[in-house]
Design a binder for this molecule. Structure first.
Ligand code: HEC
Ligand code: HEC
Ligand code: HEC
Ligand code: HEC
Ligand code: HEC
Ligand code: HEC
Ligand code: HEC
Ligand code: HEC
Ligand code: HEC
Ligand code: HEC
Length: 348
């Protein structure tokens, strides 16, 4: 008796729980138009009557409309919020603006007056304010969630410095750089590049080089990862939206590198603690150097002697011989400098 009763009571609770959970499922399960990671979180800032609708904006801003309508944003909608997609999802309610401009009838003075009397949000606030509008939705997308604490935002670089919702003003043609002629993948026409690579104002690495001239110079050195040739991207190692890691690296420390250089991952029976202590950058410069294998210093030996100072001459060990500290390279013998499974002294 008691058992049955408690069972039915449990079933009752279960039913109530299922009932409460239903609206959540009902919202989550279809969701294909929302895309893989970003949620459509746009919130109405004003009553529906304050919005004009994209069709109205199109009448006067046909060029921007044409560009905008090719993008992912133009296709993202949410049922029951017709005024929250399209132009006004970013520019906010625009009915007053549309009406004032209609009334201005193209007269310059009246247009200027209308911009004052019925202002519309045009992303001319502080970088934080500008980014905040994009982040109303993109705070839920994995790659962007760190942006508010990123080096870029802290230095006044907002989303619109790199992205364009409607590519009317692309970045000016980038200055030529050393390996330009050796670019090895086809350069897409600007429009297609914009649509295919996250609505960037200019493709990588041009976009990044436009501000990071020092990094550009490194990549012009004889030994470099082939970023200027188009084989690798800055975003293979960095997430420009910000990460908790140093230098906005995508993964913690050397894991960024081991994504591609898997044979350096280990685990090794005898790892070289240098990797754990200083990461790959203890010995390599990831952008470019004049030295083979991206080694930081001209002479590999000096890289080792950064940490390995003061050997005691021992009989039978080559270190005991005269001159080893001043000539030859250590990796001649210590070939498994990244770690070994056979020899604690990394000889093989
Ligand atoms: C009747 C014509 C007309 C309509 C409709 C219209 N605009 Fe405008 N808009 C203008 C004119 C004219 C300007 C000022 C010149 C310029 O920046 O192109 C302007 C300027 C803007 C600006 C820049 C404001 C600034 O302070 O620099 C934005 C943003 C904008 N419009 C967005 C919209 C949006 C979004 C809609 C639809 C809700 C819309 N407009 C509807 C005519 C119109
Ligand atoms: C995803 C957000 C987003 C959407 C959607 C969007 N815009 Fe914009 N718009 C921006 C940003 C950011 C800027 C400022 C930087 C730039 O020019 O890219 C801007 C700038 C503008 C300007 C120029 C303002 C100036 O200072 O001259 C106009 C006009 C404009 N948008 C109209 C529109 C219209 C019309 C639509 C819809 C067809 C639209 N926008 C959709 C983000 C958006
Ligand atoms: C109202 C919500 C909302 C706002 C505001 C918004 N976005 Fe988006 N954005 C989305 C959604 C949803 C998608 C995903 C569409 C999809 O995957 O189909 C998206 C996609 C994107 C993409 C990827 C496009 C692609 O082709 O892969 C970029 C880049 C982007 N947004 C940048 C911005 C920038 C920059 C701003 C601010 C100027 C902004 N967004 C404002 C909702 C928004
Ligand atoms: C310093 C330049 C820069 C800034 C600032 C920036 N982005 Fe990006 N964004 C990029 C690059 C580069 C990509 C990668 C495109 C690729 O992988 O081809 C990208 C990709 C994206 C994508 C595509 C999907 C993805 O996650 O890979 C979205 C969405 C996006 N950014 C939104 C934003 C938003 C929203 C902001 C502001 C909160 C912002 N970005 C700020 C450079 C930037
Ligand atoms: C509009 C200019 C601008 C653009 C475009 C830009 N950056 Fe930056 N970036 C900055 C500024 C400013 C800083 C901070 C000062 C510095 O370190 O030079 C910075 C810092 C960085 C840092 C160092 C972060 C740290 O914590 O030390 C990295 C990494 C970086 N940017 C990568 C990129 C990549 C990758 C791109 C292209 C997708 C890019 N940036 C595009 C302006 C820009
Ligand atoms: C192979 C991986 C890799 C690639 C590709 C790469 N970086 Fe880096 N980058 C790093 C690492 C690792 C650091 C940290 C260096 C350190 O701590 O000494 C760094 C540091 C930086 C810094 C901050 C320190 C500095 O040197 O100014 C900036 C800015 C930067 N990278 C920009 C870029 C830009 C722009 C591109 C594309 C043109 C790019 N990086 C491509 C790995 C990479
Ligand atoms: C996206 C894949 C990728 C990532 C991530 C990457 N590399 Fe590389 N790396 C390459 C490729 C491909 C080469 C072959 C040389 C080339 O053509 O650029 C290479 C070559 C090298 C070389 C040898 C250079 C030579 O002269 O042969 C070193 C050293 C190196 N990488 C170190 C690093 C370090 C350190 C990191 C992390 C900061 C890193 N790599 C991250 C793809 C990557
Ligand atoms: C203790 C210094 C040191 C550290 C730390 C280090 N390397 Fe190296 N690396 C070297 C030296 C020295 C060479 C050149 C080997 C030679 O001349 O035979 C080299 C060569 C390379 C090469 C090209 C030749 C090969 O063996 O494939 C790659 C790729 C590479 N390192 C990647 C990495 C990565 C990824 C990391 C981080 C996990 C790393 N290195 C950490 C010293 C180091
Ligand atoms: C960032 C500092 C650093 C750099 C640079 C470095 N090492 Fe090391 N290395 C270490 C540390 C820490 C240990 C562990 C020492 C210990 O266990 O007593 C170690 C251990 C070793 C060992 C094994 C020693 C033993 O007792 O088993 C060898 C061999 C070695 N390193 C060779 C090299 C060579 C060759 C280079 C240059 C390519 C180099 N190291 C560069 C930090 C470094
Ligand atoms: C001619 C080959 C050779 C060269 C060159 C060489 N080593 Fe060694 N090293 C050895 C051998 C063999 C051992 C193993 C000794 C043992 O088993 O006791 C060793 C041991 C070591 C050890 C661990 C024992 C100790 O003395 O602390 C370190 C650290 C080391 N070497 C670093 C270096 C560095 C740094 C260089 C370059 C400046 C270098 N070696 C150059 C052959 C060499």
């Amino acid at each position: 008796m008691a058992v049955t009763k408690s069972r039915t009571r449990h079933l009752g609770w279960l039913g109530i729980l299922l009932f409460l959970a239903m609206p959540v499922w009902a919202q989550r399960m279809p969701a294909p138009s929302v895309g893989p990671s970003v949620a459509w979180l746009g919130k109405a800032k004003a009553p529906a009557s304050a919005y004009a609708g994209t069709a109205t904006c199109k009448n006067c801003h046909s060029a921007r409309y044409a560009e905008f309508s090719k993008t992912a944003h133009a296709h993202a909608t949410v049922a029951g919020h017709t005024y929250l997609h399209g132009c006004e999802a970013c520019h906010g309610p625009g009915k007053a603006h549309a009406q004032a401009m209609e009334a201005a009838g193209g007269s310059d003075a009246k247009v200027l007056a209308a911009l004052k009397s019925a202002p519309i949000w045009a992303f001319q606030g502080t970088p934080q304010q500008n980014a905040a509008v994009c982040l109303t939705c993109h705070i839920s997308s994995k790659m962007q969630e760190g942006f508010q604490h990123s080096t870029h935002l802290a230095h006044g670089v907002a989303c619109q410095n790199c992205h364009s919702a409607h590519l009317v003003n692309p970045l000016p043609k980038h200055p030529a750089y050393a390996q330009e002629a050796m670019f090895q993948v086809p350069r897409l026409p600007q429009q297609i590049a914009w649509l295919k690579s996250g609505q960037l104002r200019a493709p990588q690495p041009d976009l990044c080089f436009s501000c990071h001239r020092g990094v550009q110079a490194k990549f012009a050195l004889p030994v470099h990862h082939r970023v200027p040739e188009g084989l690798l991207k800055c975003t293979d190692c960095h997430n420009p939206h910000g990460t908790p890691q140093q230098a906005n690296l995508r993964e913690i420390g050397w894991e960024t590198c081991e994504r591609c250089h898997v044979e350096k991952r280990g685990p090794f029976m005898y790892p070289h603690p240098a990797v754990q202590v200083g990461g790959c950058v203890a010995c390599h410069n990831p952008h470019g150097t004049i030295n083979a294998f991206l080694i930081k210093r001209r002479d590999t030996r000096t890289v080792c002697l950064q940490c390995h100072t003061g050997f005691h001459g021992q009989d039978g060990v080559p270190h005991g011989r005269l001159g080893f500290q001043t000539s030859g390279t250590c990796v001649r013998c210590h070939a498994m400098v990244h770690g070994s499974n056979f020899d604690p002294t990394l000889l093989r």
